[in-house]
Design a protein around this ligand. Structure first.
Ligand SMILES: Nc1ncnc2c1ncn2[C@@H]1O[C@H](COP(=O)(O)OP(=O)(O)OP(=O)(O)O)[C@@H](O)[C@H]1O
Length: 347
């Protein structure tokens, strides 16, 4: 197990700066997830930690040691990729054991580790099968097993689930999280899927354009995003954004044109009948689509040309084309500066 510390870490490809001097301290045993849009520098950062990319500037420490110049194999870190490299001609046992190919451990210890990884990953009955006779999830587990047998001081995952179907993805998410709870190995996980980030991370690192925008627990990022980017990125469906003039508390202020109001679809409630509950935001528009999800329905509305999503509860499914009013209660609004996109306050 190990801490990982990035100090002013930079990656340049020629003149392009892909990672622009980032600082981050990852605690021993922590599960940290990097999220951000395509090209923001997540994979490059992970590959610098792994030793697969040269570091252009700054310092990378693993434990107490500066490892900038260390070869990947000297870093004692295990990486699991998106395209898990499972060899078709080898059995599961041989594939997992491949992680110990260059190790000087004796045969009995190697076998013990392979069997233990197989047991932890629920592959013990499949150790003598070849990959062709495995499901996608079982193959992915074998790839993780190969990383596990080395007893690495950290696991690095680069979008390991993006090639799996939705059902398997959610199953593997839970399996990887359970594995982490059991092994408590420091883990850095890269994804562009905010659901993976929210459900797996101890802390989420939001990246954009080679910078770190915000670091926090999933709840901190959801409740207190520093800006519009994080606010829209974390949470599904994304937070609605509206001009300040739509909101009653803004109507009296002179700066309303410079402010955008954010409200999460979950907090914007469409009801079949009006309520006299005190609200700061009341919007009326035309229903353009509905997505019934069982206990609630997502309602897409057009509000004077602005598309928003609200939630209808209590089995109320509004008709497409109908006119509907939805309201947000006090405390659920986010006020952003329209120019800087920074969060100004909550209301
Ligand atoms: N070998 C390379 N040579 C030149 N530029 C590169 C190289 N690898 C990555 N880049 C650039 O560095 C930036 C960051 O890339 P990176 O792969 O880290 O992004 P990412 O956030 O992981 O995106 P994705 O989710 O699409 O994988 C991008 O602009 C990319 O084009």
């Amino acid at each position: 197990m190990s801490t990982i510390e990035l100090t002013k870490l930079i990656k340049r490809y020629g003149k392009v700066e892909a990672v622009k001097g980032i600082d981050l301290a990852i605690a021993d045993g922590e599960f940290v997830v990097f999220v951000g849009p395509s090209g923001c520098g997540k994979s490059t950062t992970l590959r610098m930690i792994a030793g697969l990319e040269e570091i252009s500037g700054g310092t990378l420490r693993i434990g107490d040691e500066v490892v900038n110049e260390r070869e990947p194999k000297q870093r004692n870190i295990a990486m699991v990729f998106q395209n898990y490299a499972i060899y078709p001609h080898m059995t599961v046992r041989q594939n997992i054991g491949f992680g110990l190919y260059t190790s000087k451990l004796d045969k009995a210890e190697k076998n013990r580790r392979i069997e233990e990884a197989g047991r932890i990953l629920g592959l013990e009955a499949l150790l003598d099968r070849r990959p062709a006779a495995l499901s996608g999830g079982q193959r992915q587990r074998a790839a993780i097993g190969r990383a596990m047998v080395r007893n690495p001081s950290a696991f690095l995952f680069d979008e390991p689930l993006s090639n799996l179907d939705a059902q398997l993805r959610s199953q593997m998410r839970i399996e990887i999280k359970r594995l982490h709870q059991r092994l408590k190995t420091t883990t850095v996980y890269v994804t562009h899927d905010q659901v993976e980030a929210m459900t797996m991370a101890d802390r989420i690192v939001v990246m954009r354009d080679g910078h770190i925008l915000q670091v926090g627990t999933p709840t901190e990022l959801y409740e207190s995003p520093v800006d519009m980017f994080t606010a829209r990125f974390i949470g599904s469906p994304s937070m609605n954004l509206l001009p300040g003039s739509k909101c009653s508390i803004m109507a009296s202020t002179a700066t309303e044109g410079d402010i955008l109001i954010g409200v999460r679809p979950h907090d914007l409630i469409a009801r079949a009948t009006a309520t006299d509950e005190k609200t700061d935001l009341s919007l009326t528009g035309t229903v353009t689509a509905v997505e019934p999800l069982g206990p609630e329905t997502l309602v897409h509305l057009d509000i004077d040309g602005t598309a928003i999503i609200a939630t209808a509860k209590d089995k109320f499914v509004p008709a497409v084309g109908s006119t509907l009013t939805c309201t947000a209660a006090r405390g659920s609004l986010y006020l952003f500066d329209a120019k800087t996109e920074k969060l100004l306050s909550r209301s």
